[in-house]
Ligand binder design. Sequence first.
Ligand code: FPP
Length: 248
Amino acid sequence: MSRAPAPEGEQELAATGGVPRHVAIIMDGNGRWAQKRGLPRVAGHKAGAEALRRVMQAAADRGVEVLTIYAFSSENWRRSAEEISDLTGLMRFYLDRELASLDREGVKLRLIGDYSAFGPELVTRLERAVEHTKDNSRLTLVVALNYGSRAELVAAAKALAGKAAEGTLDPQQIDEAGFAAELQTHGLPELDLLIRTSGEMRLSNFLLWQAAYAELIFLDKLWPDFSERDFAEAIGRFAARERRFGGR
Ligand code: FPP
């Protein structure tokens, strides 16, 4: 597994443990990016997908273990039928075009959210991609599809309540680790850093439990303009805060 040399000044940070293990991104601003150029919204999503490809590479090169992206929220169904179809079309296109290169790069794909809503054909493709990449270990790409954090929390509470009702779990024994084990992100490292582009300062129902201790970075840039350099800077800011505040 090759690791690109860290840009000057960053070796020291990585050596002191400054690289976040788990980074999440709310990739916001595709529509505005397109609008500013007089282009249809789908052009923004295409440019957004290219930005994602660059950032994935940068994350893997820097030794980030998990990158979780908000690709489609449960609120996104409110968009026009045309835009939804453009977004799912893009997913299909990238799954077909990028699977081999994801695999070559050592990327393991994992899904969170109720992606069954995308229909059997896309579900089959998604699950095939997960199966195909399951033995990779360089970077885990967690794609949130039809994801909503509150729904995830409710499902976890239901699962625990079900176990309690059937007598296999003593409610007094429920603790944070036991709760986290029922979330769709079970088994992943703690979220260290959450980045949102486009100037909005909200979590928008994304990883509410998981973000409890994460550093939050909000950037004014629109997602398609987000570069490797922006990613490196975000990691640098995370590392600097880690050094200032010490342990959690
Ligand atoms: C937010 O921009 C972005 C999304 C709703 C979707 C993210 C999708 C991609 C980056 C493209 C492809 C993804 C995959 C997994 C192939 P927005 O449309 O909300 O922007 P706006 O707030 O400016 O309207």
